[in-house]
Design a protein around this ligand. Structure first.
Ligand code: GLP
Length: 262
């Protein structure tokens, strides 16, 4: 990094007279260095003081440039250990017409999946869960909440609710909820999804390893068994910088289904 730092910050020192605010010049030179691969994911930036010296700008200018880059997801700051180039996130393209599980989606792309458990247990249902899952206040709900991680990048937070009759032991769910449901003949065959844009709050942003306020896609999936009974009500929060949802559209009235589903 020492040579790279010299190169990046010297360019600011030399260009400093050319009009644009200094923090923007510094920000651009760091951004350019990341895009050109001069510094890569995980590389540590020199300290604020060092950058100020090398670029011949004030520490306030450095702080402003770095804060902007953290907000933009180019850099990450870790308490106590400094500022780093953010890990590169491979965007995942997700078809909207296939009822697949997270594990299957990632496996198809050759990505390794793991999950961190945020919660799993049997609870009295919330009003929302009672309405969607058709439960009475005397029945129970099984909750399975996970941070879903692909190739070591946290991609989504998924909070699934099912009737406790369908999933009496949430602790027995292994790496895939749908695989567990499949075993008991409860794997959904149809689902309706609602997708909306949002900005991440502090806690969810921390889990997804992005700055608070970053863009996210919130998805509510209600899944059905072949009998028409609702089996799953899942609220998911996907990182906006990591997911593209792709929908195939057809002219209405054409019965031609050849080659459907991307
Ligand atoms: C997707 C859906 C969830 C579903 C999950 C199951 O990500 N958005 O509604 O619960 O897949 O995935 P898995 O079987 O890997 O646990």
């Amino acid at each position: 990094m020492a040579d790279a730092a010299e190169q990046i910050f010297a360019s600011v020192r030399n260009a400093a007279q050319r009009g644009a605010p200094l923090y923007l010049q510094l920000k651009k030179s760091i951004e350019d260095a990341v895009h050109a691969g001069i510094i890569g994911p995980g590389d540590a930036l020199p300290s604020e003081r060092d950058i100020a010296l090398k670029a011949d700008v004030s520490r306030v200018t450095v702080r402003k440039a770095v804060q902007d880059l953290v907000r933009g997801g180019i850099l990450v700051q870790r308490h106590g250990s400094g500022t780093f180039v953010a890990p590169r996130v491979e965007r995942v393209e997700q078809s909207l017409s296939l009822l697949t599980s997270f594990t299957e989606d990632m496996a198809r792309r050759g990505m390794t999946v793991r999950s961190t458990w945020l919660d799993r247990g049997i609870y009295p249902p919330s009003p929302d869960e009672m309405m969607v899952l058709g439960l009475s206040s005397k029945e129970f709900v099984a909750r399975v909440s996970r941070l879903r991680i692909a190739n070591d990048t946290p991609l989504a937070i998924e909070r699934a609710s099912l009737s406790a009759t369908a999933l009496p032991d949430p602790a027995a769910v292994g790496s895939s909820l749908y695989a567990a449901l499949e075993k008991t003949g409860n794997r959904p065959v149809r689902a309706v999804q609602r997708i909306s844009a949002a900005n991440l709050g502090e806690a969810d942003a921390r889990l997804l390893d992005v700055p608070a306020g970053s863009a996210s896609l919130n998805i509510e999936r209600i899944s059905y068994l072949a009998s028409g009974k609702v089996i799953e009500f899942t609220r998911s929060i996907y990182r906006g910088d990591a997911y593209d949802f792709v929908a195939e559209l057809r002219l209405s009235g054409r019965a031609d289904n050849a080659g459907a589903a991307a």
